[in-house]
Design a protein around this ligand. Structure first.
Ligand code: ADP
Length: 357
């Protein structure tokens, strides 16, 4: 019996190591109650440093994470935990930071933040420039692109020409996803701007976000039904003669709302938009689950989102998923769905033995 429990213990420790050293890390952030919301006497969500417990209808479910950010966590604290992954991007890995969750749980707050409380994207861009300026042995340059995926269409958010057109017109512009012989994904026709300093990069970022929101008539409703992707391409060349340029990508992605359709009572266009988001999020979940199984083929082809991220999810890449949840009683069903989705994402170690489709 003693041997068995020792074995169990060893397994647990091993699993923990695989989990935390894996190339996919999953953090959870719980949104605080808003001023307009009533705090229940018995809150449905409770948490520790790396676990969340959801209580509903007399039972409770526990979910483990690499890190949990409580309601009082500041933007600085969240960024502090994300910072090491930026180092990986500068070291030549493709990196993907994804904000996942139901609409209204704080994805945009985490990624963009406000002018007083800037979010991950502006902080990450600033950090990249800081790190690059301190690198004595390499010259590092950055290019930036932004795009939106809506109902399977790609929209270039940094093209001056397209920002003037209606969404429908610009979404029709051909942006083709290509994979080169080295397996690197390129989006043909996507604007890529060279950004020389933080201020310029921030301007471009704000512009992209503005173009995204002004394409819609009802910002709050519709922007939650599209994915917004920001890509920083990093070129790093050693100063020695004959040094090669290493290229890596940092993706920062504000995913569309993960809420289920039945609950929202969506009809018509709204229903189609919701369905498109659900399909691409489940394609993302399938890719991650396949990577986790470490064998069989990885179904990248099933959505534009996973096609674009093919070289940034999997071997040699680092993925950080931030799942956002609501503290409210009425959102418990969605909260459990979001937490269950991200449970699949943990523990991807490497994808040896996998084939990509
Ligand atoms: P989403 O992008 O998931 O739809 P938002 O980022 O728009 O959600 O957040 C919904 C509301 O909650 C906004 O008013 C936002 O300012 C607020 N909010 C979200 N997270 C936090 C947080 N950690 N601290 C303070 N306010 C937050």
């Amino acid at each position: 019996l003693k041997l068995k429990s020792l074995d169990e213990k060893r397994k647990q420790v091993l699993n923990k190591i695989i989990d935390t050293k894996g190339s996919i890390r999953v953090f959870c952030r719980v949104r605080p109650f808003l001023l307009t919301e009533r705090r229940p006497i018995r809150e449905p969500v409770s948490f520790g440093p790396d676990n969340v417990v959801i209580r509903s209808a007399g039972s409770s479910k526990e979910f483990e994470f690499d890190k949990v950010f409580h309601q009082s966590a500041t933007q600085e604290e969240v960024f502090g935990e994300v910072k090491p992954i930026l180092r990986s991007a500068l070291d030549g890995h493709n990196v993907c930071v994804l904000a996942y969750g139901q609409t209204g749980t704080g994805k945009t707050f985490t990624m963009d933040g406000t002018s007083e409380q800037p979010g991950l994207a502006p902080r990450a861009i600033k950090e990249l420039f800081n790190e690059a300026s301190m690198d004595q042995t390499h010259s590092v340059t950055f290019r930036m692109s932004m795009l939106e995926i809506y109902m399977g269409n790609l929209k270039d958010l940094l093209s001056a020409r397209q920002s003037l057109k209606s969404y429908e017109a610009s979404a029709k512009c051909n942006l083709n996803i290509q994979v080169d012989s080295k397996g690197s994904v390129e989006i043909e026709g996507l604007t890529e701007v060279e950004v020389m300093d933080f201020t310029k990069a921030r301007c471009w970022y704000n512009k992209g976000r503005r173009v995204r929101s002004t394409s819609w008539t009802n910002v709050n409703e519709t922007s939650s039904r599209s994915h917004c992707l920001t890509r920083i391409t990093i070129f790093r060349r050693g100063d020695a003669v004959g040094s090669k340029t290493e290229v890596s990508k940092l993706w920062m992605i504000d995913l569309g709302g993960s809420e289920r359709l039945l609950k929202t009572g969506a009809i018509g266009q709204t229903m189609d938009e919701g369905r498109a988001i659900n399909l691409s999020l489940s394609a993302l979940g399938d890719v991650i689950a396949a990577l986790r199984r470490k064998k069989g083929h990885v179904p990248y082809r099933n959505s534009k989102l996973t096609q674009i991220l093919k070289d940034s999810l999997g071997t040699r890449s680092k993925v950080l998923m931030l799942v956002h949840i609501s503290p409210r009683d009425e959102d418990v069903g969605e909260t459990i769905c979001s937490l269950s989705f991200t449970k699949r994402a943990r523990a991807v170690e490497s994808n040896r033995g996998l084939t990509a489709e």
